[in-house]
Design a protein around this ligand. Structure first.
Ligand code: 5U1
Length: 683
């Protein structure tokens, strides 16, 4: 082989290798090699191309970067127009579509039965593009534009690594135009928005805007940094290719050549099959990594497609069955602040009612004052409201150009809107809080609801309505007052029957026997959720020990960091809280006390242990199981919170780390003695 031939063949082999790695990583989601190997091969290609630029292949993956900045986008004429789709918004409209199809086919002499096959596909919420391949090489890419003329965005499309620059496989047509959608995954969008926020740039309201904004960049270097993806949905111009007989076969062939197609497409039978596909995908919609706004049904048989033809801008053989929109425009009627259990002020926008994703929405959360100000939502604004899955409706963004001049900026109320208490907002926090504690009726109501809830004191039969009445009538000022309710006081309440009152009193009485973890959780201490309450109870064993602990001591508990420790310390050193605790205990709330003997006998309880090296007398699994039975937490890395590091043969870096941090080290013999002693007296 001549030198030139050898350079060219090495270059072609490197190109093929990098593209194979790209395909496996980006399309098949199944990486073939670690990143370091990818980088090595890629750099070898870059080096060779740098040394011999004349032999650089036009479809080399290095051509995905470094496109020059354009002054504008050139127009591109679509020889085969890029159509759009008719929409159906209900099952009835889909049935009418099917009816039209079969009538038209019958008139044309084709008698189709009710089980006509349809290709069913997700309808992605992105931007339609056309990719032109000549002899298998990607030569041009364009937007849809008005369907007849689009814009040349070749350089930008080349940066999308799932779009093959060269098709692989057999019988590739001389001319092939692939139509499809460029989109951004939900994860890609949130990562991009985080980056945008960090650099103070504008964030995108949805994946569609993000995809469109990214593709219409004059500088491909910007597009390259955007996490764009592509799925094909059909063909434009094709030359020198024996067409398969169905759309699904076309899609399978595109996939075989390396073009990404949606993995959740299916061939279904009749309209019943279409609707089943629709409802199935609708129920999985939230779990998909990308946004879809409906599904598309296409008559699968290409002869039927041909016979059905087109109306002005849409094919007769296909229809988009849209999901109920998850975003709608509406108007902000008012914004008020709701006060939560721990005093947090949450701005809530009251909206002109709209149907979003099939549900009536008239309120949306603005999360906190920081977020409301970032979005700059004002009363009278026209806003995009969004509801996805079970999530509380939220305002995505404001249509600034529709703002009424002079609409006032949202201000934090100077005092709590419920109790008039002082409102505080530390500079570093996004949320503001009412500082009045339980003397604020809103915080009191929420705290009482929390106190009686299932995972806290589990007092059955006390609904929000009763709590509201008791607070209003002054029967309950803090959780300990539940334990002083009497039949007489309960019967003063509207619509309280004697039987219900007795049931409530019975449930209150039964709740007195509880556990330390439940009691701690029920107190509603800021930052102390159910798991933290359990960890605290396991670690300290007694309430007195928790109340007496310093911030540093509290932080020895697994998963308790400085923020939780500070909040807990503050709670334990606030007079009003101590009084409530005292009153609860005086009313008879109690839990089994752990005897001092038991504490002494079980040194492993709530301790964090790391095992390192090989133990001779018991397997690692057995050691972990026995430790966990004694209430220890076994972790994989040595930190300041580790109590003991058990060292077997050939211990390595963990032993060194333990020594560095001054953590107590147990030999296997020490460990076994301690373990057996504990098991005898405790397990
Ligand atoms: N999945 C899918 N989306 N989509 C959009 N298929 C599909 N087909 C389209 C369009 C505009 O048009 C062809 C039927 C021409």
């Amino acid at each position: 082989m001549t030198d030139v031939a050898s350079i060219q063949s090495t270059m072609a082999a490197l190109v093929a290798q990098v593209e194979a790695y790209n395909y496996a990583y980006f399309v098949a989601d199944n990486p073939l090699v670690p990143d370091s190997e990818y980088d090595r091969v890629y750099q070898a290609l870059v080096k060779l191309e740098h040394a011999y630029p004349a032999y650089r292949l036009p479809y080399s993956p290095t051509m995905r970067v470094g496109g020059t900045k354009a002054a504008s986008f050139r127009p591109v004429h679509h020889t085969v127009p890029m159509l759009s789709l008719d929409n159906a918004f209900s099952d009835e409209e889909v049935l009418a579509f099917a009816q039209r199809l079969s009538e038209r086919l019958k008139t044309g002499g084709m008698d189709v039965d009710a089980n006509l096959a349809f290709a069913a596909e997700p309808k992605l919420d992105g931007l339609a593009v056309s990719l032109s391949y000549y002899q298998g090489e990607f030569i041009q890419g364009s937007t849809r534009g008005d369907g007849q003329t689009g814009e040349d965005i070749t350089a930008n499309l080349k940066t999308i690594r799932t779009i093959p620059l060269k098709l692989h496989g057999a019988k590739i047509p001389g001319v092939l135009e692939v139509r499809g959608e460029v989109f951004m995954t939900k994860g890609g969008l949130s990562a991009l928005n985080k980056r945008q926020k960090d650099i103070g740039d504008k964030v995108f309201a949805n994946p569609r805007n993000a995809a469109a904004g990214s593709l219409r960049q004059l500088d491909p270097e910007i597009t390259r940094l955007r996490p764009l993806q592509f799925f094909a949905y059909g063909l434009g111009q094709v030359q020198n290719w024996p067409m398969p007989t169905t759309h699904s076969q076309v899609m399978a062939q595109l996939s075989a050549w390396g073009i990404p197609v949606p993995p959740i497409s299916a061939v279904v039978q009749g309209i019943a099959g279409c609707l089943r596909y629709y409802y199935d995908l609708q129920s999985k919609r939230d779990q998909l990594p990308y946004d879809i706004d409906g599904v598309v049904y296409k008559v699968d048989d290409l002869r039927y497609q041909q016979a059905l033809g087109f109306v002005t801008r849409a094919p007769r053989f296909a229809i988009a069955h849209k999901f109920p929109a998850e975003e709608q425009l509406t108007q902000v009627l008012a914004i008020d602040f709701q006060v939560g259990r721990t005093g947090t002020l949450t701005p809530v926008a009251h909206l002109s009612p709209v149907l979003v994703g099939g549900v009536h929405v008239s309120n949306a959360t603005l999360h906190n004052i920081g977020e409301a100000r970032r979005k700059d939502v004002r009363v009278s604004d026209t806003v995009i409201v969004r509801r996805a899955g079970d999530v509380i409706p939220e305002i995505v963004s404001v249509l600034i150009d529709r703002r009424v001049p002079g609409a006032p900026v949202l201000e934090l109320p100077p005092v709590c809107p419920v109790c008039g208490g002082r409102v505080v907002k530390p500079e570093t926090m996004a949320a503001a809080r009412c500082s009045a504690g339980l003397s604020c009726p809103a915080q009191l109501r929420e705290s009482l609801q929390h106190f009686v809830s299932r995972k806290a004191m589990a007092i059955d039969g006390i609904g929000d309505k009763w709590i509201e009445q008791w607070v209003e009538k002054g029967l309950v000022h803090n959780p300990s007052d539940f334990y002083h309710l009497t039949l007489t006081s309960l019967l003063q309440c509207d619509r309280m029957a004697e039987k219900s009152a007795q049931n409530i009193l019975h449930a209150i009485e039964a709740s007195k026997q509880t556990t330390l973890a439940r009691f701690l959780y029920a107190l509603g201490i800021r930052e102390v959720g159910e798991a933290t309450a359990k960890a605290l109870a396991d670690h300290f064993l007694t309430l007195e020990a928790i109340l007496a602990a310093e911030v540093e001591t509290l932080q020895q508990v697994p998963d308790v960091g400085p923020v939780v420790a500070e909040a807990l310390y503050l709670f334990c050193h606030t007079e009003a809280n101590l009084k409530v605790i005292q009153a609860l205990r005086a009313a008879g709330v109690s839990w089994p006390r752990v005897s001092v003997d038991a504490i002494g006998a079980n040194p492993f309880k709530a301790k964090t242990v790391v095992l390192t090296g090989t133990l001779a007398q018991l397997s690692r699994e057995e050691a972990i199981e026995r430790l966990q039975r004694l209430g220890a937490k076994v972790t994989g890395s040595v930190t300041r919170k580790t109590t003991w590091v058990v060292v077997g043969a050939n211990a390595g870096s963990k032993l060194a780390r333990a020594t560095e941090l001054g953590i107590e080290i147990l030999t296997e013999a020490d460990f076994l003695t301690k373990l057996r002693d504990s098991e005898q007296s405790y397990a």
